[in-house]
Design a protein around this ligand. Structure first.
Ligand code: GDP
Ligand code: GDP
Length: 443
């Protein structure tokens, strides 16, 4: 397992240039995006790389749901999420507009936070405008980075410093190479039953204190053994804490979801059976898909469903249709309240995880590829045949395959899907995501 990608949250009041900064930073890496139909794609988070430091960046401004003039509330919401779940915070200020009362609110919220925080004063479009940052020193900040997201001014200095912080965090994060823990994320809308689910599991299993000395992770995660396997439910402290709060006015936190998804092997996507499958459920599933996790849908609160009117099959069909991009995700109805079928999830998790980690030998893979091509040849590319030379699986978690071809750009999305389906069938990998990349031969 590679080092965990730290999560950087961008906060700031509207119009300071967060989304411009976000675009500038994510453009440092040309992301391999496949436009899978059905994935709700907001452009508020993305992967970035600078000086070899890789991180995920989230523009929290995009999540402030009320676009009203209530800046203070929206800022508080963004910042609270960032403080709780991000590894690094970038606070953007407006060098053109000058200091605003909201900047005080913002910096006061951030002051007690022990995480690395970078304050950037944006819209400093050149050295002659640097004087504009002096005003901001009255906020009591030690270091300000003058930048221009639009014109790149100052971005190198800022990004180099950010990359250093990212590297320090990646180096400090533990990796799981030595242990065979299955890392599980529990995600879903507020009130679908995440904390009830975790508690249900806890009631059944003996908690294990992490053997990794000197980490605080064991306080944050829920780790236990069961039938000689170790499971780690990641970032569950917050979920469990919420269970104790009586009245929850929780909003869905994208940062929280992205954070736990970045470390997980298997994502458990909880859905409220009583409420049915909503758009937000599907968009949450989309995050798991985009983060390349293996996924399991748990349709919770099944005890509340009138079985005479609704069958589980009806739910499964509905879910398959609405989350077309996750055809490989098993589905299970459970009740976290009664505990019904909850113990069954472990078998499903084991099964999914096994596939997620599996390796297809090069020989077998090339035979599968050859048979697939013999059966259905790809369409011509400008009158020329697309030739598939050779395939190899380059990584696991999930199985990722590189195929060498003469025209990598010319392979149609539908043909790629066809190949993935063939590999699924023949290698018996029906429960894991599979990725294929096409490369020019000789590369
Ligand atoms: P957000 O609401 O914080 O996401 O802000 P936007 O990224 O949408 O930017 C708000 C406005 O500021 C837009 O009109 C941008 O063109 C402008 N802007 C952003 N960055 C810069 C910059 O570096 N220099 C200047 N002069 N304008 C900028
Ligand atoms: P979270 O916000 O996703 O952590 O959801 P909670 O675990 O706090 O659950 C929200 C509400 O749904 C609580 O009142 C729970 O008692 C209830 N709940 C959770 N799971 C079930 C279930 O399986 N059946 C029923 N009937 N209620 C449930």
């Amino acid at each position: 397992m590679s080092a965990i990608k730290p999560l950087v949250a961008l906060v700031g009041r509207p119009n300071v240039g967060k989304s411009t900064l976000f675009n500038r930073i994510t453009r440092t890496k040309n992301a391999l995006v496949d436009n899978t139909p059905g994935v709700t794609r907001d452009r508020n988070y993305g992967d970035a790389k600078w000086d070899e430091a890789e991180f995920t960046i989230v523009d929290t401004g995009g999540f402030a749901d009320d676009k009203s003039d209530n800046f203070a509330d929206s800022i508080r919401f963004q910042v609270r999420q960032a403080i709780e779940d991000a590894d690094i915070i970038v606070c953007a200020l407006d060098g053109k507009g000058g200091i605003s009362p909201y900047d005080d609110t913002l910096t006061n919220l951030l002051r007690p936070v022990a995480k690395p925080i970078f304050y950037v004063v944006n819209k400093i479009d050149g050295p002659e405008q640097e004087y504009a940052i002096h005003d901001f020193y009255q906020l009591g900040i030690d270091h300000l980075y003058p930048v221009s997201a639009e014109h790149r001014y100052g971005m190198n200095d800022f990004l180099s410093a950010l990359a250093e912080a990212v590297t320090a965090i990646s180096a400090g994060s533990f990796s799981d190479t030595e242990s065979e823990m299955i890392n599980i994320a529990v995600i879903g809308r507020p009130n679908v039953g995440k904390s009830s689910f975790i508690n249900c599991i806890l009631g059944e299993n003996r908690l294990l204190v992490s053997p990794i000395a000197g980490t605080t992770r064991d306080a944050i995660d829920t780790v236990f053994e069961r039938d000689n396997r170790t499971y780690r439910f990641i970032d569950t402290a917050g979920i469990r804490r919420k269970a104790k709060v009586k009245k929850k006015l929780e909003k869905f936190s994208v940062i929280k979801a992205l954070k736990s998804l970045s470390r997980c092997d298997v994502a458990l996507i909880l859905i409220d059976a009583e409420e049915g499958i909503t758009e937000q459920d599907i968009s949450i599933a989309g995050y798991a898909y985009e983060r390349r996790c293996s996924c399991i849908f748990l349709i919770n609160k099944w005890d509340l469903v009138n079985k005479k009117e609704t069958s589980s099959q009806k739910y499964y069909d509905d879910l398959r249709m609405k989350a077309k991009f996750l055809p490989f995700a098993p589905m299970l109805t459970i009740s976290a309240l009664t505990g019904r079928r909850v113990p069954r999830i472990f078998k499903v998790v084991d099964n999914v995880y096994l596939q997620y980690c599996s390796r297809i030998t090069t020989g077998e893979l090339n035979r599968i590829l050859q048979r697939a091509i013999d059966q259905t040849t790809p369409s011509l590319h400008r009158g020329r045949r697309i030739k598939f030379y050779y395939a190899a699986q380059v990584t696991t978690k999930p199985p990722t395959i590189v195929i060498f071809v003469n025209y990598p750009q010319a392979v149609h999305f539908s043909y790629k899907r066809y190949l993935i389906n063939r590999i699924r069938e023949e290698a018996k990998l029906d429960k894991t995501p599979i990725r294929i990349f096409f490369r020019q031969r000789g590369e």
